[in-house]
Ligand binder design. Structure first.
Ligand SMILES: [Zn+2]
Length: 180
């Protein structure tokens, strides 16, 4: 594992959590209120541990992540929100280790709730993104009725849609418009 792999997984989870709470429409449908399972699916992107879910504890921080990422390409404005979230979650890098595993970096300050600890980690992962040229790869889906944010993973930076579902939906709509 590369030293930064863990944070990459946390960045993926951070964007997913931001979408769960922040995106008004997702892949053509109005967003539904998140439930515990939605949070579990997000956390599974970055950890194998089973974590108790305090749904409401994630909301404010998750919305702040979404708002910050939505401000891109205005990095300065996004930084303000992420610095605020880093302070509020008391992000505190600490090396931790499960028995038999490698040490790895966690960002939960001692004594904070599980949700605050994860938000601290997600804010840190987004902070690393904002401090790099990779921030240019953060996009909003170009499809109608989809506000999902995603990280363009293509080599030539041409990804326009959050998913093949949105890409196909847009193709079908364009085809219908042409043949109407
Ligand atoms: Zn989409």
């Amino acid at each position: 594992m590369e030293p930064t792999d863990h944070l990459k997984a946390s960045l993926t989870a951070a964007i997913a959590l931001a979408n769960v709470f922040g995106a008004p429409t997702r892949q053509g449908r109005p967003a539904i209120a998140p439930d515990d399972e939605a949070i579990r699916a997000v956390l599974r992107l970055t950890t194998n541990r089973t974590i108790p879910i305090e749904l409401h504890e994630y909301e404010t921080g998750a919305r702040q992540l979404y708002d910050a990422l939505s401000l891109l390409p205005d990095v300065d404005a996004a930084v303000e929100l992420i610095n605020d979230l880093l302070r509020r979650t008391q992000a505190a890098p600490q090396l931790m280790r499960e028995p038999g595993a490698l040490w790895h970096l966690h960002f939960a300050a001692p004594g904070v709730s599980a949700a605050t600890g994860w938000l601290a980690e997600f804010a840190t992962a987004v902070a690393m993104l904002l401090g790099s040229h990779e921030a240019e790869r953060l996009r909003r889906c170009a499809a109608e009725r989809c506000d999902e944010l995603f990280l363009d993973s293509t080599k030539n930076h041409t990804q326009r849609f959050c998913s093949t579902a949105c890409q196909n939906r847009t193709k079908v709509a364009a085809h219908r418009a042409r043949s109407a």
